[in-house]
Ligand binder design. Structure first.
Ligand code: NAP
Length: 247
């Protein structure tokens, strides 16, 4: 599975980790569909940067949790760029940070359903295009919190844990069809999603990390682009956390 000449769809690529992945894939020669939900100007900015650097990219609007919108997006990408061979399930599904005893079931359910519907419908819409190409590679962005919990994150840990189970199940089923499926589990990464965290908290995280810093979106992008093009790795979860936890 090569990146050059391939077609990639990155969900939630208008900002943060998804934008870094889109830029990195384009720099390595893929045509990239930059999915966004609300941030059209940011997504168009990512596309403009890629085109200016000589790459090929397209912004595609759609709620990654919505089956109809995902199917429409996949069809647009196929028509404009060609069949998708690389899929990155990255869209960030929001959740409130609360202790378990205060956690509203509705918010817990929305996080689980959002994360899983984005993965399920994303793969169902794109895998047929991968079969047309006689192969494909999928990476889901999970989280270190799937295995290494923190206060306030029960919904996020449960949803990302479910996503890792789904990745292993798909790796098993789709492997014989030439499609690899893996997960990348970032630790604390400096994006809009973590900008609200107190500086003290970020410094403490860096001090307790063997590589002594917080993650950057580009660190995750480098791991994703590497994993997308390995030949014999499937069903794996790759932590990208500077050694913040090791398993
Ligand atoms: N940052 C961290 O410390 C960290 C750690 C572990 C795992 N992760 C995971 O990494 C992924 C990216 O997170 P991030 O930190 O880069 O977040 P971010 O900077 O907040 O960016 C979120 C991205 O997701 C998009 N998005 C949100 N809801 C969407 C939806 N329903 N449909 C399509 N796109 C949607 C946003 O697009 P619009 O603005 O256009 O809506 C935006 O591009 C997430 O899966 C997150 O759980 C992050």
């Amino acid at each position: 599975m090569t990146i050059r000449g391939n077609v990639a769809l990155v969900t939630g690529a208008s900002r943060g980790i998804g934008a870094a992945i889109a830029r990195s894939l384009a720099a390595q020669g893929a045509s990239v569909a930059v999915n966004y939900h609300a941030s059209e100007a940011a997504a168009q900015g990512v596309v403009a940067d890629i085109r200016q650097a000589g790459g090929r990219a397209l912004a595609v609007k759609g709620d990654a949790r919505d089956r109809g919108q995902i199917e429409a997006m996949a069809a647009t990408v196929k028509a404009e760029l060609g069949p998708i061979g690389l899929l990155v399930l990255n869209a960030s599904i929001g959740f409130p940070m609360k202790g378990f005893l205060e956690y509203p079931w509705e918010a817990f359910e929305a996080k689980l359903m959002g994360e899983m519907s984005a993965a399920f419908h994303g793969c169902r819409a794109v895998v047929p295009q991968m079969l047309e190409r006689k192969g494909g590679s999928i990476v889901a962005i999970t989280s270190g919190l799937a295995r290494n919990p923190g206060w306030g994150f029960c919904a996020h840990s449960a949803a990302k844990g479910a996503l890792e189970g789904f990745v292993r199940a798909l790796a098993f089923e789709l492997g014989p069809m030439g499609i690899r499926v893996n997960a990348v589990a970032p630790g604390l990464t400096l994006t809009d999603a973590t900008v609200h965290l107190p500086e003290k908290h970020k410094q403490a995280a860096a001090e307790h990390t063997p590589l002594r810093r917080n993650g950057q979106a580009e660190d995750v992008a480098e791991a994703v682009t590497g994993l997308l093009q390995t030949g014999f790795v499937t069903g794996a979860t790759l932590p990208v956390n500077g050694g913040g936890y090791i398993f």
